[in-house]
Design a protein around this ligand. Structure first.
Ligand code: PGA
Length: 226
């Protein structure tokens, strides 16, 4: 199975900056042969999707509403994203921490995304969250999970390989899938180590903001997955 490389820009780029990044990186990302998903913020999604029309590089959102269309002021629902995204992150630790996402809301987003053929990438920080997800019968087929240890997010300190591997094995057992990515301070120097451990790809925040560094992550990581 091909590995997946996800750029999560979080709340960092203007529409102009997003389009400059895509123009800088698109050709190299396409030539890499890897599966690449770019997750801009909502306002940049249309311009990024338009620049990537017909490209192997795919677009994802950083979240979706758990509601359908209707009177939900401020929400961005899947209907509004029709034909713009193929993937969505769900349950990122920043959503859980700052926006009170719960396992129940995460599962309802997963169900909603899958109903319109948008593939969820469900983020997990701990064994406990994986247990809750499986106890509540969250779907585990045809989607990705990302192990995102909070202690390693955004601080340049990736999870030590030994404990990352332990968690990978727990997640495989609890969620009955192999489609598990690693996220947390990934850069072009460390990406290969996580791919070699058996993760199916990486979810990259800070280091994805720079187009050249993200291209390096994809090329270094992909070479080690062949
Ligand atoms: P980071 O973020 O690469 O900056 O640690 C990863 C993430 O939060 O998805």
């Amino acid at each position: 199975m091909k590995n997946v490389f996800i750029a999560n820009w979080k709340a960092n780029k203007t529409i102009h900056e997003s389009s400059v990044w895509i123009k800088e990186a698109r050709n190299a990302l396409e030539e890499s042969g890897a599966t690449v998903i770019i997750c801009p913020d909502f306002v940049s999604i249309p311009v990024v999707a338009s620049l990537l029309t017909g490209s192997y590089v795919k677009v994802g959102s950083q979240d979706i509403s758990s509601f359908g269309t209707g009177a939900y002021t401020g929400e961005v629902v899947l209907h509004s994203l029709e034909n713009l995204i193929q993937y969505t992150l769900v349950g990122h630790s920043e959503r859980r921490r700052y926006f009170n996402e719960t396992t129940a809301s995460i599962i309802s987003k997963v169900v909603r995304a899958r109903s319109v053929n948008v593939t969820p990438i469900v983020c997990m920080e701990s064994v406990k969250q994986c247990q809750e997800y499986s106890t509540h019968k969250g779907e585990t087929r045809d989607l990705y999970f990302a192990y995102e240890p909070v202690a390693s997010i955004g601080n340049g300190k990736p999870e030590p390989l030994e404990s990352a591997q332990e968690m990978l094995e727990h997640m495989r057992d609890l969620l009955h899938t192999d489609m598990i990515l690693y996220g947390g301070s990934v850069n072009s120097d460390v990406v290969s180590s996580y791919i070699k451990l058996g993760f199916s790809g990486v979810l990259v925040g800070t280091a994805s903001l720079d187009s050249a560094e993200f291209v390096k992550i994809v090329t270094n990581g992909y070479l080690n997955s062949l």
